[in-house]
Design a protein around this ligand. Sequence first.
Ligand code: ITT
Length: 204
Amino acid sequence: MNLKLIKGMRIVAATHNPGKVPEIAALLGEDYEILTAGQLNLPEPDETETTFVGNAMLKARHAAELSGEVSLADDSGMSVTALDGAPGIFSARWAGPGKDFAMAMKKVEERLEEIGAPNTAGDRSAWFTSALAVAWPDGPCVVVEGIVKGELVFPPRGDRGFGYDPIFIPEGGDRTFGEMDPAEKEAISHRTRAFAKLRAALID
Ligand code: ITT
């Protein structure tokens, strides 16, 4: 069994998040024919696992079984040190069914205020995690994880990217992901770091 991503291969981007699709497409580059879960009308599975890795595998396997194609899923989220890692795997769920990330970012700010965390770098530290899983229709699955550390800033800044990007300043920088153009974010993001590991394992 050849567990490699061969040039020209069709790959399903097993995500229903429109913010992730261009980032996944940019990482895979021109060498693959990319189909999205949306284009294939694949249903969204319930994320019943308790880790990023577990949920990434669940989503990749689900898409591979239903589509019959090699499928790549991302499970990701933002973890806040002072909130014991929340929202973490619940990052999407904090935005509610309406996917309201202005509300989710406000909730993070309010939770920090509730515990009296002052607006200092130490107490505002956070990190993004991306677990990327590739599943083959006949069973095998490869999964990797990447992170980027940073700190939170309120109010949100910038309207680029998606999700929690406007409150996250990556380590060593002074602008949020929401203020960066896509290439700048891609150069350092958790998703890019996970993809580098996937590339090393699966792409010649
Ligand atoms: P799929 O499961 O269909 O891929 P989802 O949005 O439900 O879509 P997740 O369960 O992985 O995906 O939730 C991850 C959430 O974490 C996502 O909705 C964002 O709010 C946030 N997130 C992940 N990566 C991010 C990034 O690069 N920038 C900002 N927010 C991010």
